[in-house]
Design a protein around this ligand. Structure first.
Ligand SMILES: Cc1cc2nc3c(=O)[nH]c(=O)nc-3n(C[C@H](O)[C@H](O)[C@H](O)COP(=O)(O)OP(=O)(O)OC[C@H]3O[C@@H](n4cnc5c(N)ncnc54)[C@H](O)[C@@H]3O)c2cc1C
Length: 386
């Protein structure tokens, strides 16, 4: 259910995504979740569909679609599996957009084009063990050595990091006292072939189990100077600006989870009988279904309006944070209600809502926790007041 008018092209993309999810994701998602298995063939298949270059202009081998169309496709994939959706969201919102915006022509040719074609998967490495919400306190450091940089440190929680061909990593290039904090951080284009780079611990997660989340170790990793993305010292600003867009992807992922929770609840409530009638006849269940549909529709309307504003070139920091906050809290709430509607059957792995419940939680945490979204929104409110 959406209030947004969709063009012919948008309807086609939605149906492409829905058919792909039906054939290539839904039948396997529960098993991938049980096995904590990332299915590498998905990258090629999604690449062949054009889904790894959804917002990349055609001149760089992408589909050149607008933000709303991208989010519509992402929601459909998330409805089938949130793990596949986060791989798509990170790739499309963060590393590819950073290369498109700040990469030079040689970098676009070498990295962006194969990423848009689905030949290289992208990842984004900002977080560290001691530096999460306070991302500007990161310690991973690069020191100049002739024509190279030598990077030392460890990045944590990197989505798709074990399978990525390109990782955009934020690293401190100026550790002098006067320039600590957000200044002095630069963005680097990392490839797994660099000497001193390795993938270490894979996290054993509550949900999103088919999405590998790993630590990346830089042990005096030698990186050629032409891997610097954009200007030295601007990496933190690039990361923050990119996360404004990344949050829209996470909001779409959350909406897919919430919609799946509603779909499953509607079907189950029609089929499950107690006291001689389908449980959907009880007003208590009707109210849950109605509230789920209302909150999902409201969150989706906000997200779609934000996407349209972004494509008009308007600032969307506050609306993006609101979209992510609303959609993720809706997803967690809707998944909780779905488990309640399923009763005991909601608590076991034979039915889909147990996985939705586990998958929903992360949307309130990554790319800025709900608390941080509220901080961002309040800051924007105060700025308008001043
Ligand atoms: C599955 C998964 C995938 C991820 N993928 C990536 C990725 O691809 N790349 C990447 O760089 N990172 C990634 N992350 C990291 C993620 O973005 C961080 O976990 C998140 O930003 C929170 O940081 P933290 O875990 O260190 O929590 P902390 O920052 O330690 O926060 C702990 C608690 O304190 C609260 N808090 C902190 N500061 C404030 C404040 N100022 N006001 C109010 N409350 C506050 C938080 O909201 C939270 O409740 C991923 C994480 C997970 C779990």
């Amino acid at each position: 259910m959406t209030l947004t008018h969709l063009s012919e092209e948008q309807r086609e993309i939605v149906s492409l995504a829905r058919n792909f999810a039906r054939d290539e994701v839904t039948p396997f998602a529960a098993q991938w979740d049980r096995d904590s298995h990332f299915e590498p063939s998905l990258v090629k298949k999604l690449g062949d569909l054009g889904f790894l270059g959804l917002m990349i202009p055609e001149e760089f081998d992408g589909m050149g679609l607008d933000t709303l169309t991208y989010l519509l496709a992402l929601e459909e994939i998330a409805r089938a599996d949130a793990s596949v959706a986060v791989m798509l969201s990170v790739h499309n919102s963060l590393p590819t957009q950073m290369l498109l915006r700040w990469g030079n022509e040689a970098q676009k040719e070498r990295f962006l084009k194969p990423m848009a074609r689905g030949e290289l998967l992208g990842a984004f490495a900002l977080s560290e063990a001691e530096s999460g919400s306070d991302a500007s306190s990161l310690r991973c450091q690069a020191v100049r050595d002739g024509d190279d940089w030598i990077i030392s440190g460890t990045k944590t929680w990197v989505t798709s990091g074990s399978h990525a061909g390109v990782i955009i990593a934020m690293v401190r290039t100026d550790a002098s006292d006067a320039r600590r904090g957000s200044k002095g951080i630069s963005a680097f284009i990392i490839t797994p072939d660099l000497p001193g780079f390795s993938v270490s611990k894979k996290e054993d997660k509550m949900g999103l189990r088919a999405s590998p989340t790993v630590q990346l170790v830089f042990d005096h990793c030698r990186v050629p100077a032409d891997r610097l993305l954009g200007d030295e010292g601007q990496g933190f600003i690039y990361a923050m600006q990119s996360l404004d867009n990344g949050r829209l992807g996470i909001a779409a992922q959350a909406l897919g989870i919430a919609q799946a929770a509603l779909d499953a609840s509607l079907a189950y409530a029609a089929e499950r009988r107690q006291f001689g009638t389908a449980i959907r006849d009880f007003q208590a269940i009707q109210f849950k279904l109605a509230d789920m549909a209302s909150r999902i529709t409201a969150s989706r309307a906000l997200l779609h309006a934000t996407a349209a504003a972004k494509d008009r070139g308007e600032p969307t920091t506050a609306f993006g944070a609101m979209s992510k906050l609303m959609a993720s809290e809706t997803a967690m709430w809707a998944a909780t209600e779905a488990v309640q509607i399923f009763g005991g059957y909601g608590y076991v792995k034979d039915y889909p809502v147990e996985k939705l419940f586990r998958d929903a939680k992360i949307t309130e945490i990554y790319e800025g926790t709900s608390e941080i979204q509220r901080v961002v929104i309040a800051r924007q409110l105060y700025a308008q007041q001043d």
